[in-house]
Design a protein. Structure first.
Length: 202
């Protein structure tokens, strides 16, 4: 004869049923395996774990140990037990307010009132910053072409660029300066168009 006892982990939480055999020397007495208790296993429920109470019933607790959790500050995955600004979470018990089980949909979402909310202003700001960086890099990239032409003129040398090309270059440089003022800024498809002959030089 046998019965089912409840096996506990090192922290005292239920991890599964275990067989307890009847003692061959004492009929009606069951040999409870080490680390187990003589209480009928609880009914499993997703997202919950169980700890025995003093009255031989079970105390239910939220269990997020097998979930991927995220910081609500930036949506980064959280490693259980890691210290974040003096706070830690083991995965057991109610989810603290600084964590969520919902993955951040995108880099421009922020946590507001218990949910990820798209922040359009943040996206626009990021696009503006990125487009200004492109404009500055493009201006720096072609500056030497303008300076070479000026140096050649100062030295009374034959210029590498034709007069029309230099005028086109200056026009492109000016359009880069004016790009942030354009109504279509920062849409990439509306960027100033680089003269095709520049592609050969750069």
């Amino acid at each position: 004869m046998e019965k089912i006892a409840s096996q506990l982990d090192a922290d005292g939480y239920f991890i599964g049923g275990v067989v307890a055999d009847e003692s061959p020397l004492e009929p009606g007495v069951f040999l409870i395996p080490g680390g187990a208790i003589d209480i009928e296993p609880p009914e499993a429920r997703a997202g919950m774990r169980f700890k025995p109470a003093q009255d031989a019933t079970w105390i239910e607790e939220e269990d997020h140990r097998n979930e991927v959790l995220y910081l609500i500050t930036d949506g980064a995955p959280y490693q259980l037990g890691r210290d974040v600004s003096g706070q830690t979470y083991s995965g057991a018990g109610p989810l603290p307010p600084w964590l969520t089980s919902e993955q951040r949909p995108g880099p421009f979402h922020k946590w507001v009132s218990g949910a990820w909310v798209f922040d359009e202003a943040a996206q626009v700001e990021a696009e503006i910053s990125a487009e200004r960086a492109w404009r500055d890099a493009e201006s720096a990239r072609i500056a030497w072409v303008r300076e070479r032409h000026r140096d050649e003129l100062d030295a009374d040398l034959e210029t590498s660029l034709r007069k029309a090309q230099f005028a086109e270059l200056l026009g492109y440089i000016q359009s880069l300066r004016d790009w942030p003022k354009d109504p279509d800024f920062p849409a990439q498809h509306a960027r100033p168009v680089r003269p095709t002959w520049l592609d050969v030089i750069l």
